[in-house]
Design a protein around this ligand. Structure first.
Ligand SMILES: NC(=O)c1ccc[n+]([C@@H]2O[C@H](COP(=O)([O-])OP(=O)(O)OC[C@H]3O[C@@H](n4cnc5c(N)ncnc54)[C@H](O)[C@@H]3O)[C@@H](O)[C@H]2O)c1
Length: 455
């Protein structure tokens, strides 16, 4: 197999003055519109939320508790063990203390917020909660086990939410006798800072549960976006495509710093490989390893990140990953050893390494997201293009001046985007199958902006 040749047919320019303002205006409109859910009237009576229980005092549970304490909500933070709970409470304390030391929070506010968060190691302590948010490990069996118990412990009418990053919420709801009360509440890390909340509607979720959670998100100063069940919902579904192409590009001939420079040149604060090194390349290692045995063999896969883990290249924490890091310095440095390994891997896979321009790199990373976004719209996973845009602007660091992936696609011109996607499909097959909606819009000379469901 030979790596794909890239020849540019369209341009990905940085918007100037007016265009930038239009993109920012679009984002504002999209943020406001995300609250509108066509089949749930704005005056739907909300379920009162006075007390919340958060299960799992880890990274997310602690952050969610802080986001709730910020609006004066009483929170019961529950972990399985006294050690887990103490660790979580300490992290919450340290986060507040750091804000106080930086002058961002007063000591009085810190004390007050801490007073809203109480701890427990007993799941039975969910009994008074109006809303329960589960944030334990990403494991279907464990989550189902918790929801089975919640079904007997929670008071009638309590909302049972899961913070899963992508598990099927229907399968979680199915173990309860009250699937109408079960919903996804996908917060982003750090949950007390990040503005995005993906509310995930399962097949039987009651409208007032969705309305209540969307409203609570707004009260927490977040932008709540409604998604339906799909692997990775809206945000992680697109992100999967973006990272896949970045990794294929590296196998095909680009080096990590070249991909990252193209992305930062577009306006991202960090390139994807620097992000991987910061988050830890081992995140998701076990899940991916488990999936490898049964994944379809009719398409190309990328396992470089697994190999980096096997070489101990976990990222910043091990001093090397896609880059190398000097002790006490988080700035990524090119690593000749890693680059030689990449070149060797391409040869092993029979890929002839190519040269890519920043424009080629951007097209593969961004158009793969746009194509996936079109599929989400057509399947009703996302309600509107603006919902995808605002998800990306608030949760995934998409450069504000470009207005989000779907808005950006309209600016480039959907015909141009589709032409490139078809060119990529010829070379790389499966992953680039054009979304039927994209093809239809192009054939009708329309854009995402004038699309409505069913049109
Ligand atoms: N970390 C992220 O960036 C992120 C972002 C969005 C969503 N999520 C999702 O949030 C969830 C939690 O992720 P995390 O990163 O906070 O994990 P984590 O490992 O930091 O924390 C999980 C916590 O759950 C506790 N726990 C495990 N079993 C329990 C049980 N039976 N009862 C009570 N507590 C139990 C653990 O002791 C631990 O404190 C996962 O579903 C994850 O996919 C994570």
């Amino acid at each position: 197999m030979s790596a794909q040749q890239n020849t540019s047919t369209t341009s990905v320019a940085t918007p100037a003055g007016d265009a930038k303002q239009q993109a920012l205006d679009h984002a504002k409109r999209a943020a406001a519109q995300a609250a509108d859910i066509p089949d749930i009237p704005a005056d739907t009576p909300l379920r009162p939320i006075r007390q919340v229980a958060v299960i799992g005092a880890g990274t997310m549970g602690g952050g969610i508790a802080m986001a709730l304490a910020q609006i004066g909500m009483a929170v019961k933070l529950i972990d399985a063990s006294a050690e887990g709970l103490a660790r979580g409470q300490q992290r919450v304390h340290d986060n507040y203390a750091s804000s106080v030391s930086r002058g961002r929070l007063s000591q009085a506010d810190m004390d007050q917020r801490l007073s809203f968060i109480s701890g427990s190691v007993s799941l039975a302590d969910v009994r008074d909660a109006d809303l329960i948010i589960e944030a334990v490990f990403e494991d279907m069996g464990l989550k189902q086990d918790i929801f089975r118990q919640l079904d007997t412990l929670a008071k009638p009418g309590a909302i049972l939410a899961t913070n899963t990053s992508g598990l099927d919420v229907d399968q979680i709801a199915a173990v309860t006798q009250r699937p109408q009360d079960v919903v996804g509440a996908h917060f982003f890390s750090p949950a007390h800072v990040m503005k995005l909340l993906e509310v995930v509607r399962a097949a039987k979720t009651a409208p007032d549960v969705i309305a209540t959670l969307m409203d609570l998100g707004r009260r927490m100063g977040k932008i709540a976006v409604l998604a339906r069940i799909y692997p990775g919902f809206i945000g992680n579904a697109l992100f999967r495509n973006y990272t896949r192409e970045a990794h294929f590009l590296v196998e095909d001939g680009a080096l990590p710093h070249e991909v990252d420079q193209a992305l930062t040149g577009f306006g991202y604060a960090m390139g994807i490989f620097a992000v991987h090194d910061m988050a830890g390349n081992d995140v998701g290692y076990q899940t991916r390893k488990a999936q490898m045995a049964t994944r379809p063999t009719d398409r190309r896969w990328n396992d470089l990140i697994m190999k980096l883990c096997e070489l101990g290249r976990f990222g910043q924490k091990s001093g090397k990953g896609w880059y190398r890091y000097d002790k006490g310095d988080r700035s990524p440095q090119r690593d000749p050893e890693l680059e030689a390994f990449i070149v060797q891997e391409s040869a092993r896979m029979g890929l002839e390494r190519q040269t890519f321009t920043p424009e080629d790199i951007l097209k593969r990373c961004l158009y793969s997201m746009i194509n996936e976004g079109a599929k989400l719209l057509e399947q009703g996973i996302a309600l509107r293009p603006g919902d995808i845009d605002i998800t990306y602007l608030t949760g995934y660091g998409f450069p504000a001046q470009h207005g989000g992936p779907m808005y950006y696609a309209d600016k480039i011109g959907l015909d141009q985007v589709l032409a490139d996607i078809k060119r990529f499909e010829e070379k790389d097959g499966f992953w680039w199958k054009p979304a039927p909606l994209l093809e239809r819009l192009v054939s009708q000379g329309r854009s995402f902006a004038d699309w409505t469901p069913g049109s």
